[in-house]
Design a binder for this molecule. Sequence first.
Ligand code: GAR
Length: 197
Amino acid sequence: MKNIVILISGGGSNMAAIVQTAVCERWADTLGARVAAVISNKAQAQGLVFAQGQGIATEVLDHRNFDSREAFDAALMARIDAQDPQGRPALVVLAGFMRILTPAFVDHYAGRLLNIHPSLLPAFTGLHTHRRAIEAGCKFAGATVHQVTAELDHGPILAQAVVPVLPNDDEHTLAARVLTQEHQMYPRAVAELLSKI
Ligand code: GAR
């Protein structure tokens, strides 16, 4: 079985979309894959409740309990790898996981680490992407699924979704429009990658 571990920090709606698609499309049978665990760096992340309701193992690893980014990432790697009998899951999926990862972490999961970012990369890396797209006068915005490399928000692009920026948009209305597309795109990109590994 190809094990998927999903990392979240908050609402977890992209994680929920992946879990629901995995159930509806019976990924266990069609792709030999399953969501093995959801791990959050925040105990209050609402997505944990959803995952538990689906019978998925959940863990919390609070980054504030670690002295350095390196120490947190090393502990996180150990928790992730413990989810797979072979010692490393097939895919690690970042779904609103709001932590910058160290090169050691990224190297450890090279080729099997995915992220979704709420902009049309390479435009608007980092934070506040929707506000910045509106301020820049963009007529279109969107989201990108990409492989994670050591440089933040720069890995090879696997999929993109485009939405219009409407005249009365603020960052919240635009974020909601983009998020709807993220929920369609991310499960498809994960399934496509699973079918190749
Ligand atoms: C999503 O819009 C995702 O693209 C973004 O956070 C949101 C998480 O929502 N990710 C980032 O900004 C990563 N830099 P969710 O928790 O409901 O899936």
